[in-house]
Design a protein. Sequence first.
Length: 235
Amino acid sequence: MSDISRPDGGADNPGGNPDLKRAAARAPGTKAVRPRNAASLIVWRQARGAEPEILMGNRHAKHKFMPSVLVFPGGRVDRTDHGVKTITELRPETEALLRHRAPPSLARAIGVAAIRELAEETGLLLGERKGERVLADLAALDYLCRAVTPASRAMRFNARFLLAPAETVRGEIAGSGELENLAWYPLSKALDAKLADITRKMLAEFSSWLETPAGERHRRPKIVFRGNDNRMSDE
């Protein structure tokens, strides 16, 4: 189940605008909360000569945290994401990037979580369904970067942003109610929408990744966003 459906109103993306940051600030004098591992999945498509389109949806207007903000599918990594059966494993280059700041079991679970959340929030499958479970196609995933919510926040995430091309997913968009207005948003339209700061920056990272030759993408500098969504080296 995605964070955004939980009573605490958790977010599937760290960051946000200043008003949202103040609303979610931790109480003065309290110890910083340890970030929870999370995964967001940028599913994209691009016709020849057209601008890229990204699968996104709005958080429900009644959420107390980031209402109506346009986000990617995603959520926290659950215990059940560890050690489950999948139809493929992470490609070596993607696994190496995820394992840079995570042990092997967590690196794999992050990929599983991203694909599970995609199915739960959009109805689209990146893999196969077996009963109530989704068997993830981990080989379809690419790694973009990660973001860590500031220590001043009462709710924190260490979120990895992954990518998958639209041709690797199947099914029809059928939202569960966790995200509204699910659709393929042209990049320019997404950038004009109500976004958390970190989502806007991830769209910029995605644009740069897309402009990089496919064979060189896994060699891009490792990036992490920290503090007030400051872009830093993650080497």
